[in-house]
Design a protein around this ligand. Structure first.
Ligand SMILES: Nc1ncnc2c1ncn2[C@@H]1O[C@H](COP(=O)(O)OP(=O)(O)O)[C@@H](O)[C@H]1O
Ligand SMILES: O=P(O)(O)O[C@H]1O[C@H](CO)[C@@H](O[C@H]2O[C@H](CO)[C@@H](O)[C@H](O)[C@H]2O)[C@H](O)[C@H]1O
Length: 500
């Protein structure tokens, strides 16, 4: 096996000591993709090194925190020897330099280097097999496109790292790693290569360690998909539409808004039909019946979520501004009622199938073009482990997520532009927009779904299941906002209150 200078570097204990004890603890908290900035690091460790070029490769690391938790990350790293390269990093990417290695070179993130990005593409196109189990797979879209000539790193706010090739392919290099087949790769690959669903980006290929067939052990490092020539995400689109709606008090919900909501309902139904089309030869994807044990399990999970979120709300109550405190008290006062609502599913016999679903469905996960929508980011709920994200669930959970997002779209417009709407009480108009837009979304969704076996046949059962997921998502959002964007807290608090 040829030993490259890059991998040889990691055989030197002085280097790995410096890297894990000094360079990484200083470097990680400054990176957008390092999600646990608030926790303090106790230990960093290099798990594996996958050479990609003579002077660059992918390194996987584990980070331990003082609360006992551990996270794994992917770091593409390069050694830079020449003056030109050093200058490029110093002038344009100073935050991506880990440090100077005496007698060796400058150690930095490899993504800014054109040659490194080109090599990743080439590996995927050629189904390359590297050292230590690193391997790549090309999807039909990439095979059809052939070699790449240019690549760029877009300035977008994501928790992973993106590379665009020839303005045609979008490569997502996963930063925080979880062992097991990543649902983003699994579902995009299935939808694109095995179904007629056209409204997610086509599968271009992947980079990983191990075999996708041995899915418990597989480590997914990157996913290549066709680039969607989009105008933004659906959250931005609906922010424009709510701004038009609130412009004056006589305006009704415009036809364009209704058409767009209905179109999204249809696309959601088509996505669900395609996800449910897997046959028994694909046991991880094929639909299965919802059992009473499953109903009990999701009921318990919803009740545990309620307890956890409410404990956080109660704990932070005193620090909330007056109006939010009033809302929060009312929400906490509805604890018993919410408990009953969420428990009701346990005793309701429901005949419906469970399928693989999107799992983290909201307006921000949908790109829009002039004429259509494209659904992205099938990674699932970030707080769940990969096996939890890969569980089959009722597709109405996605629908509930999107309904909540319509509530956010109207309320968010008012909250984010408080100055613009000062002096006008638009609460009822916002609720009216939400009711009409979500009713149209749901109507189009159910019309396009027909008698799909994953939807309960009886209208009242569909409603009960959907309402459970809407409520559960609103409860989840309470602590999400409390911890990430306290200024938004009133939205889910009002959302919960409107459901009891
Ligand atoms: N196939 C694609 N084509 C064009 N843009 C994309 C594509 N996939 C993702 N994006 C862009 O990258 C952003 C982040 O993508 P997402 O899959 O949500 O990544 P993350 O999980 O890292 O947040 C999206 O909002 C969109 O702007
Ligand atoms: O980071 P993710 O996209 O996986 O999701 C988290 O962040 C979302 C906010 O970016 C949050 O979504 C909530 O706010 C959205 C508006 O910003 C709204 O459209 C969603 O309906 C609402 O849930 C999501 O809950 C959280 O998990």
């Amino acid at each position: 096996m040829p030993v490259t200078p890059f991998s040889r570097l990691f055989e030197d204990p002085d280097f790995t000591d410096a890297l894990t004890n000094v360079l990484l603890p200083g470097y990680l908290p400054g990176q957008r993709w390092f999600t646990s900035k608030g926790k303090s690091i106790t230990t960093c460790r290099v798990d594996a090194v996958y050479p990609v070029q003579e002077d660059a490769g992918i390194v996987t690391i584990s980070v331990d925190f003082n609360d006992g938790s551990r996270e794994r990350y992917q770091m593409p790293l390069a050694l830079n020897f020449t003056k030109e390269r050093r200058t490029m990093y110093q002038e344009r990417f100073p935050k991506l330099i880990l440090g100077e290695i005496t007698g060796t070179g400058m150690l930095a993130d490899a993504v800014p280097r054109d040659d490194f990005r080109a090599r990743l593409y080439e590996m995927i196109l050629n189904n390359a097999e590297g050292e230590n189990g690193l391997n790549a797979e090309a999807g039909s879209a990439l095979r059809a496109a052939g070699a790449s000539t240019t690549s760029t790193v877009p300035a977008i706010d994501t928790s992973n790292t993106a590379i665009i090739y020839d303005d045609r392919f979008f490569f997502k290099l996963f930063r925080k790693l979880g062992v097991g087949l990543n649902p983003d790769l699994e579902l995009v690959r299935f939808l694109s290569e095995r179904t007629a669903f056209d409204n997610c980006p086509p599968y271009g290929g992947s980079l990983g360690v191990g075999s996708m067939e041995n899915d418990e052990e597989y480590l997914n490092l990157g996913l290549m998909t066709g680039k969607v020539d989009n105008r933004g995400d659906a959250w931005e689109l609906f922010q424009q539409l709510t701004e038009e709606y609130f412009a004056d008090d006589d305006r009704t919900v415009g036809k364009h808004t209704i058409d767009r909501a209905r179109q999204l309902g249809e696309r959601t139904a088509e996505m669900h039909r395609a996800l449910a089309s897997a046959g028994p030869d694909r046991p991880d994807l094929a639909p299965e019946e919802m059992t009473p044990a499953y109903r009990a399990e999701i009921t318990d999970a919803a009740l545990r979520l309620l307890e956890r979120q409410f404990a956080q709300l109660a704990e932070k109550m005193d620090g909330l501004p007056g109006p939010e405190q009033v809302l929060a008290r009312r929400v906490l006062g509805a604890h018993g009622q919410l408990n009953d609502r969420l428990s009701s599913l346990r005793d309701r016999p429901l005949e419906a199938q469970l399928t693989r679903i999107h799992g983290d469905y909201h307006l921000g996960q949908v790109l829009y073009t002039d004429t259509d929508f494209y659904i992205i980011d099938f990674e699932g709920e970030p707080l769940l482990t990969i096996p939890e994200r890969r569980r089959k669930r009722p597709p109405l959970k996605d629908v509930g997520g999107m309904v909540r997002s319509f509530h956010y779209a109207a309320q968010g417009q008012l909250l984010l532009n408080a100055e613009r709407y000062r002096g006008r009480d638009l609460t009822e108009r916002a609720e009216a927009w939400y009711r009409e837009v979500s009713a149209n979304y749901l109507d189009a969704y159910f019309a396009a779904s027909g008698d799909a076996p994953y939807l309960p046949a009886r209208e009242e059962d569909r409603r009960a299941l959907l309402n459970l997921f809407i409520l559960e998502k609103a409860v989840y959002e309470v602590a999400y906002e409390l911890n990430s964007r306290p200024a938004w807290l009133a939205i889910p608090l009002n959302g919960v209150l409107s459901l009891v």
